[in-house]
Design a protein around this ligand. Structure first.
Ligand code: C5P
Length: 396
């Protein structure tokens, strides 16, 4: 069955790219109905839009003829996907606060379909705290984004805010419309992320610098291609991802317990503390008058990755570990593959100069028994997407 898109054209200089997008959609056999905001009509004419789409253009909320022909609620629900091009700062703010004072915003509030937005605005408007707040809200509302890109802008400035190109938007649309974009549909995936905290006494603990960003990005990438994701997370300061079952834990023992279950894929991205204090004090350890310092004794924590890699009926089809090293990254990763019994190791350099801990970028090497694949320096989100595509390929 042919798919259709409801395209909302916002009022910005990038609105002209909406015309090219309509043309591209038509060449792919994708139906397109268009809503234009009042401001959009200042940039492109409804006549050009109607000629290209071959459909009447909708713009007014209170139009009796329109409501009789196709009510705005129906308009919001009849398409397979709603796409906003360009998503201006104003439209984004309206969406984030649930405003419905024109046809475009009312339709966006009334739709039960996926929504993809292509933001475009001046770099300062994009970076403004209010816009960033609104973006975070839309992301947690599961709105899909394409762009903005970084580049020269119509206003003469340079930076993020330039709208994605029509071909990029088309690719994002096709991905959202096509079920083959969900190669992990029906697959159960377990991901561990973040550090663990091992108590010394009720107020002190031992932990590490893991931010959980890479593990969370993997969980989101797995969700985005259809997986049923369980994320077992140590203490991190990241927002709970939407559409993912999250189990919050503190210690390695708690993490292992929360990993119980049957999964198709297990990805251990957590930085689990190797040791725990043998006997955490039940009261806060106090300084002594004589200045004695406490001596802590440690025992090993359970190795979650090794435990989940053990052969058996409940072992996942694919178990993936991470190797965070500060030297001899590949060599240690290969050894870890054998020692832990997992199928794949994602190796990365976490030395201080790499900026991986807490940062947004990562350079990883995919190590399996057959060899090593080196990936370039990528955002953690891109590493996550590639890793999930790689895993989906292995599961086929
Ligand atoms: O042994 P090492 O900590 O270097 O191994 C890293 C890999 O093992 C990661 O995938 C990490 O999540 C996992 N791991 C674990 N339980 C531990 C220690 C590490 O799952 N106790």
């Amino acid at each position: 069955m042919s798919k259709s898109v409801l395209l909302i054209i916002g009022g910005g200089i990038a609105a002209y790219k909406g015309l090219e997008l309509i043309r591209l959609l038509k060449t792919r056999g994708i139906g397109v109905r268009v809503i234009m905001t009042k401001a959009a009509e200042e940039f492109v004419t409804p006549l050009s839009v109607a000629s290209l789409s071959g459909e009447k253009v909708h713009s007014a909320l209170f139009n009796l003829t329109d409501e009789v022909e196709m009510g705005h609620i129906e308009l919001s629900r009849s398409a397979d996907l709603v796409v906003v091009v360009p998503a201006t700062a104003d439209l984004i703010a309206k969406m984030a606060s649930g405003l419905a004072n024109d046809l475009a915003s009312t339709t966006l509030l009334a739709t039960d379909k996926k929504v993809l937005i292509a933001p475009a605005m001046n770099v300062r408007m994009w970076l403004h705290a209010a816009t960033q707040r609104n973006i975070a809200t839309l992301k947690s509302d599961s709105i899909h984004f394409i762009g903005p890109n970084e580049g020269d802008m119509a206003c003469g400035e340079f930076g993020p805010g330039r709208m994605a190109e029509p071909v990029e938007i088309l690719a994002a649309i096709e991905k959202l419309l096509s079920p083959s974009a969900l190669p992990l549909k029906g697959r159960k995936i377990l991901i561990t992320a973040g550090p663990t905290r091992e108590p010394i006494d009720p107020v002190r603990y031992i932990s590490n610098y893991s931010s959980g960003k890479q593990g969370y990005a993997i969980a989101e990438a797995a969700r985005d291609i259809g997986a049923d994701v369980t994320l077992v997370s140590g203490p991190v300061s990241l927002a709970k991802p939407v559409g993912i079952t999250v189990s919050n834990v503190q210690t390695a023992d708690e993490m292992l317990k929360a990993c119980d279950g049957i999964y198709d894929v297990v990805i251990c991205a957590a930085a689990v503390a190797d040791w725990k204090v043998t006997k955490p004090a039940s009261h806060k350890i106090k300084k002594t008058k004589s200045g004695e310092v406490p001596v802590l004794s440690f025992i090993e924590n359970p190795d979650i990755l090794a435990t989940l890699s053990k052969p058996g009926k409940s072992r996942a089809k694919l178990v993936v570990g991470f190797a965070a090293e500060t030297e001899n990254v590949i060599e240690y990763a290969k050894a870890k593959l054998t020692k832990k019994g997992c199928d794949l190791i994602v190796a990365n350099d976490v030395s201080e100069t790499s900026g991986v801990f807490g940062g947004d970028k990562n350079t990883v090497h995919i190590v399996n028994p057959k060899g090593v694949e080196d990936w370039p320096n990528l955002s953690k989100a891109e590493v996550a997407r590639r890793l999930m595509t790689h895993i989906a390929g292995l599961l086929k």
